[in-house]
Design a protein around this ligand. Structure first.
Ligand code: PLP
Ligand code: ZN
Length: 404
């Protein structure tokens, strides 16, 4: 077996062969339990020079098949029978008009089969499990990664073992059970579930899909970046608003455009905008101050981005600072008003974490961080049907100030 990539540690820069390592850089991750976000998360690196040459010889622009052949770490023969990704990318004239801007686009990843962006990561980790002949995949999740992994495992005839905090929304739990996963409810938070799932794989085995723990969670999540580029007529958009919890989606999108740049396919990066909930703001603070601190009490209605100790804070910060982006936080009230605005203006009922990007955009416009004709992409990561209770809880309180 020969590989088309190596791993490189995002902290110390050490390089590893795929066969000698599975999760984090051993040099930088002595204390990878709670409270230390600066783990040696591994990045997948390809032979960019060679890909440049292949492209030059071919003399044409790359399509998705080319990108998936040379810039994806697992071969197609290992893919699970699960169709995800390739979600719509469309301009919203209505949103553009409402915001008095020219170019608002939506990448609608709530249309993945399990209802969230997480399918992209689950797909690649299960493909990797097939490659190494591992039938059990383990994860901790606030809900979407778990329901997604359960779905892909169902299609692939694998076993999903899932650690969820008790607070996970009902619909996400119902999904996990329906897909036939083994669900272990953890008294405590997502961070506690994360620690327990790692203990499980250390003792019992199985492949751990934890976000920013298995390097393919970042690599899997990059495919939306490739799609945005191609669906946009092979043009890099100016700005992408991304909801941030652990910081893996934003790092994945960064990685896609980094790969394209390294291969000489593009010549610039999009500005990546980190949107977090006010109380779950560890990465935001890290970006603003350069100093890392856990979120004090990450309670927010946007459960998918509620994290005390984000597992990918370091790379998320880099994704923002190296692209000239910025970070913004939004309150629960702003998020829930945005959910309604986004739904009634675009026809997309997004889960609160996703709706936060619309709140983040409106706040950035108020703060004069946006120009009128810049091309802006809102990354919608999950469907609102995952947590209708959140909408019901908030609707009453908002009736009076509703803009309708
Ligand atoms: C997981 C998730 C996010 C946040 O992604 P991170 O990689 O944790 O930053 C945002 N929205 C939805 C719907 C999610 O499921
Ligand atoms: Zn390292």
């Amino acid at each position: 077996m020969s590989y088309n990539y190596n791993f490189r540690c995002s902290l110390c820069g050490n390089e590893y062969k795929p066969e000698e390592i599975r999760y984090l850089c051993p040099e930088c991750s002595v204390d990878n339990k709670k409270g230390n976000p600066l783990k040696g998360v591994l990045l997948v690196e390809y032979d960019y020079e060679e890909i440049r040459n292949i492209l030059a010889d071919a003399g044409k622009k790359p399509d998705i098949n080319f990108l998936m052949k040379y810039l994806y770490p697992v071969e197609e023969k290992y893919f699970p029978d699960y169709y995800c990704g390739n979600t719509p990318f469309t301009k919203s004239k209505n949103l553009s008009r409402y915001l008095n801007l020219e170019n608002i686009f939506i990448k609608n990843d709530s249309l993945n089969p399990s209802g969230s962006y997480k399918d992209r990561a689950s797909f690649l980790v299960v493909a990797e499990a097939n490659r190494i002949n591992e039938k059990t995949i383990v994860t901790a999740s606030t809900g979407n990664a778990a329901s997604s992994l359960a779905a892909v495992c169902a299609a692939n005839n694998s076993k999903a073992v899932i650690f969820v905090p008790e607070t996970a929304p009902k619909a996400k739990l119902v999904q996990m059970y329906s897909y036939g996963a083994q669900v272990i409810k953890v008294k405590g938070t997502y961070d506690d579930a994360f620690a327990q799932s790692i203990e499980y794989t250390n003792i019992q085995g199985g492949l751990n899909r934890n976000t920013a723990y298995h390097p393919f969670t970042i690599e899997g999540k990059k495919t939306a970046g490739f799609e945005i580029f191609l669906q946009n007529g092979s043009i890099v958009p100016d700005t992408i608003f991304i909801p941030v919890g652990d910081g893996v989606i934003i790092s994945g999108v960064y990685k896609a455009f980094y790969d394209l740049l390294k291969c000489g396919i593009t010549d610039k990066m999009p500005k990546l905008i980190c949107v977090q909930a006010e109380n779950s703001n560890a990465i935001h603070n890290f970006i603003i101050s350069g100093e890392y601190k856990n979120a004090l009490n990450p309670k927010t209605v946007a459960d998918s981005i509620s994290v005390k100790t984000p597992s990918n804070a370091y790379l998320a910060r880099r994704a923002v600072t190296e692209t000239g982006g910025f970070s913004v936080t939004v309150s629960d009230e702003e998020i829930m008003l945005s959910q309604k605005k986004l739904a009634s203006l675009s026809g997309i009922y997004a889960e609160p974490s996703s709706a936060s990007v619309f709140a983040g955009l409106e706040k950035s416009i108020r703060n004069k961080l946006i120009t009128k004709n810049e091309q802006i992409v809102l990354l919608i990561t999950g469907t609102g049907l995952k947590d209708v209770d959140a909408t019901i809880r908030f609707t009453e309180g908002f009736e009076k100030e509703s803009y309708i």
